[in-house]
Every structure is written in C-alpha cells, then in structure tokens.
Design a protein around this ligand. Structure first.
Ligand code: ABT
Ligand code: MG
Length: 139
C-alpha cells in the first residue's frame, strides 16, 4: 500500500470549534477513504514523541501544550498519491499562505493552531499511523 495512505489529525482547535464533521466531509468528498479513525487525547509524552523533529525549535513548548489541551480526531486515509494530495487539500502550514478553499484556509486560525495535520512523506505516514492505530483497527 506504500504511496496510497496518509495519516491525519483534526487538531484540538478544530475539534473545540465544532468543525470535525465539516472537515471529515471535505476529506471524504475529496476522494479519501477512511481506513482507521478515533477521537483521543495525546499525552505530553505522546506529543513530544510525535513532534520530536521540532524539539529544538522555539515553538516546541507551545506546540506540545496546544496538541495536548483537548481531544483530537486521528485517522488513516487512503487514496492514490495520498500524502501529496492531502497536503494540497489542507493547504500551507500558515493559514495566511493557504490557498482559497483549503481546509486550513477555512478552519485554521494561526500557524500554531492550524486545524489539521497531514503526514509529509510515505515513511512518516506509516510511522504516524502505527503510532495511533493497531493493525486490527485498520479497515
Ligand atoms: P503539521 O501537519 O502539524 O506537521 O504541520 P506542517 O507539516 O504543515 O508544518 P510543520 B513545519 O511540520 O509544523 C509543525 C507544527 O509546528 C507549528 N509551528 C510551525 C509553529 O507553531 N510555528 C512555526 O513557526 C512553525 C514553522 C505548526 C505545526 N502545528 N501544529 N499544531
Ligand atoms: Mg509537519
């Protein structure tokens, strides 16, 4: 399945704002099939581990604080060219730079609270999906 799956999280800001349903609707309407999905809350250790690549960055503390402050909706998605097409669907990291109609343009409020995550490579999609889901939770 390499190349056909990506991993996403609807982040605490978007869940709090009641945008989960609208975001999932846009994702499925854009041709992604939901392979696995759950609502969960990351612990501090989970977030530090998940974002370990950013641990030397000045925003790391705030990022961990944000990602753990409430529930997220985590999902594995399937589509041809999933990683790249999903990054296009969500738009730029900073919503000010995101294209019109993208999920971040519509629902993100800042670069730090940007509504959704999308894996940035096939390798990371695999790692991130396995971080949240057991094989028997993938359909
Ligand atoms: P993620 O999907 O969350 O990984 O975002 P994306 O890949 O688009 O952007 P990266 B660079 O991976 O950012 C990771 C998280 O760090 C936040 N961030 C980033 C800041 O708060 N300030 C910054 O200056 C930068 C560059 C945004 C991302 N999200 N969250 N939550
Ligand atoms: Mg990233």
């Amino acid at each position: 399945m390499a190349g056909n799956r990506t991993f996403t999280m609807i982040k605490p800001d978007a869940v709090e704002a009641g945008n989960t349903g609208a975001i999932l609707d846009q994702i499925t309407a854009s041709g992604f099939r939901i392979v696995a999905m759950k609502m969960t809350q990351m612990t501090k250790a989970d977030a530090e581990n998940f974002y370990a690549i950013h641990k030397e960055r000045p925003f790391f503390g705030e990022l961990v604080e944000f990602m753990t402050r409430g529930p997220i909706v985590a999902a594995i998605l399937e589509k041809d060219n999933a990683v790249e097409d999903f990054r296009t669907l969500i738009g730029a990291t900073n919503p000010e730079d995101a294209a019109e109609g993208t999920i971040r343009k519509k629902y993100a409020t800042s670069v730090g609270e940007n509504a959704v995550h999308g894996s940035d490579s096939d390798e990371n999609a695999e790692i991130e999906g396995a971080f949240h889901f057991a094989g028997r939770e993938m359909f």
